[in-house]
Design a protein around this ligand. Structure first.
Ligand code: GLY
Ligand code: MN
Length: 275
């Protein structure tokens, strides 16, 4: 580890980050328990939000509902401002104004995470405002979902931390070319403007790691944003690296087209208060 000269005392010191960062990368059982709590609360909030969303609702109502469930289930607050982006806002990955009225036929990207005892969840789901994906929305959604599944499979001990991103990017590039949206996979990347994975822990974007190892937790979050069509899709899960491979900590939140449409079907109502 590198020593640096402290300007005021003249002593040679070691930056605390060099010592603390490796300690933060591998989570202890207590830390994993806190992450599970944060993820559970966020999952309950997302479940309630998906049941409640309908055209005419405001983005901030979705934000408030998820925040309510996170607080109710022991989170001290949200780990980052809720992102609830409908229609054109679904194409803005860091949108947090959450003040637009959700309209019929649109998609809504919901990227949220509770903070439980200083441990962050970070889960994204994309849902149709009226409960049913259009054929176009469905085809792009299923492409992102396939890319996410492949990236999750790539999470295992010994793998380079950048590999899940590369796996998802390759599949998305090929899929976007097949959909006629780009001439080649390089050009297709204009629809995929952010990283698809980051470590998760005390920070939402936790200390960077090079190689995955048991006890690390990472997000897997491919996204495609077709601004010309106001069609943005991101699907994000929180994944624990285990000795055998991985465990998807946020798997309770529905994400297949069928599961989302079933959850949003009329009459499903709010059940989350009972959990
Ligand atoms: N969910 C916020 C982010 O990953 O940037
Ligand atoms: Mn994230």
């Amino acid at each position: 580890m590198e020593l640096q000269k402290d300007r005021s005392s003249g002593r040679r010191v070691r930056p605390a980050r060099q010592i603390l960062a490796p300690l933060r990368a591998i989570k202890s059982p207590h830390e994993i328990a806190c992450l599970r709590k944060a993820i559970h609360a966020t999952a309950v909030g997302l479940d309630a939000a998906m049941r409640s969303i309908r055209p005419g609702q405001f983005e901030y109502e979705v934000d408030a509902l998820i925040t309510y469930h996170c607080r109710r289930l022991g989170c001290q607050g949200m780990a980052f401002p809720c992102i609830v982006g409908s229609g054109p806002n679904s194409c803005l990955p860091h949108y947090t104004l959450n003040r637009r009225c959700i309209e019929n036929g649109e998609l809504v990207v919901i990227d949220v995470g509770g903070d439980y005892r200083h441990y962050a969840a970070d889960i994204t789901r994309t849902v149709p405002a009226n409960g049913e994906f259009t054929p176009r929305q469905r085809s792009v959604y299923e492409l992102v979902l396939r890319a996410q599944a492949a990236a999750i499979e790539a999470v295992k001990p010994g793998t380079a931390a950048g590999e899940p991103d590369r796996v998802a990017r390759r599949l998305l590039g090929e899929g976007l070319v097949a959909l006629g949206l780009a001439r080649n996979t390089r050009e297709a990347m204009r629809y995929c403007p952010h990283g698809f994975s980051h470590p998760l822990g005390m920070d939402v974007h936790d200390v960077p790691v090079r190689t995955l190892a048991p006890g690390m937790v990472v997000t897997i979050e491919p996204g495609v944003y077709l601004r010309e069509e106001d069609l943005g899709i991101r699907i994000e899960d929180d994944v624990l690296v285990t000795a055998q491979g991985r465990e998807v900590l946020s798997s309770a939140v529905p994400k297949t087209v069928e599961a989302i449409e079933a959850l949003m079907a009329p009459g499903r109502g709010a059940e989350s208060d009972r959990r």
